[in-house]
Design a protein around this ligand. Sequence first.
Ligand SMILES: Cc1cc2nc3c(=O)[nH]c(=O)nc-3n(C[C@H](O)[C@H](O)[C@H](O)COP(=O)(O)OP(=O)(O)OC[C@H]3O[C@@H](n4cnc5c(N)ncnc54)[C@H](O)[C@@H]3O)c2cc1C
Length: 265
Amino acid sequence: MNSIICLKQVPDTEAQILATPDGSDVKLDGVKFIISPYDEFGIEEALLQKEKAGGGEVTLVCMGPARSVEAIRTGLAMGADKAVHLDDEAFNGSDAQAAAKALAAQIKGMQYDIIYCGRQAIDDDQSQVGPALAELLGLPHTSLVTKLEVAADKKSVKVNRQIVGGEEILELPLPCVLTCQKGLNEPRYASLPGIMKAKKKPLQPVKAAEIGIDAGTIGAAGSGTRVVKYTAPPARTAAKIIGGESPEEKAANLAKALREEAKAI
Ligand SMILES: Cc1cc2nc3c(=O)[nH]c(=O)nc-3n(C[C@H](O)[C@H](O)[C@H](O)COP(=O)(O)OP(=O)(O)OC[C@H]3O[C@@H](n4cnc5c(N)ncnc54)[C@H](O)[C@@H]3O)c2cc1C
């Protein structure tokens, strides 16, 4: 089984992200970066499927600035075989559609059975790149996958995906694009030997010109959307503890506060 994982480096879930004073950007100085957690499910699944099939190759494809190498090396340390890093100023300012175009141009000539993306990247949260990539490559796609089983003949895959109140089970021909949801697996940690081995695994930097993509279709020039402003959510008001001697009295006080102070009921 040959798999590709689209991996995005994102700020750590615990990082506090602030907008610049004019709101034109976000401040990333001193921020710790990680692999977007939903992409880790993709790496783990690709490794499990490779182990099950008894062979194949797991390749990471990442578009991002130079610092993304750290996330790529972590993915290689988890067990991926090799990586491609789309690293060029021409990619700067790409929105989700332009990012998908760049990834598709790279992936077009590669060998794969399944392309895994996260259900969303946990910084920009657009949930667009996986479906857009599938469309650009002319591949079947499904999202929010929580379980998958590749057919014995390796020509199709059966996947479970979450829907409200249950699960939907779908069958897709291979190759296809899947976006990963929490619950798909338990991503492994990079072991110390894995970290050592990762240093020697192939990591190919790629410029826009090498993937035959027209610079006008990526970056800010190729993006249909433009960030007008970043703003922080309004500061929360202090919480109020509702008192009372008994559960009934507390409930009555809560109802009173909701009616008279919050005017919510
Ligand atoms: C107007 C605009 C300008 C931007 N400018 C920049 C910029 O200058 N520099 C910058 O770093 N970002 C920039 N971004 C953000 C960046 O391009 C996002 O990666 C892109 O918008 C995708 O959206 P998302 O991250 O919400 O992805 P989602 O669609 O939520 O991601 C889903 C999955 O797609 C895959 N994926 C997403 N992005 C990548 C990637 N880059 N490489 C590999 N796989 C990926 C991952 O598997 C991910 O889990 C900009 C965004 C906008 C809207």
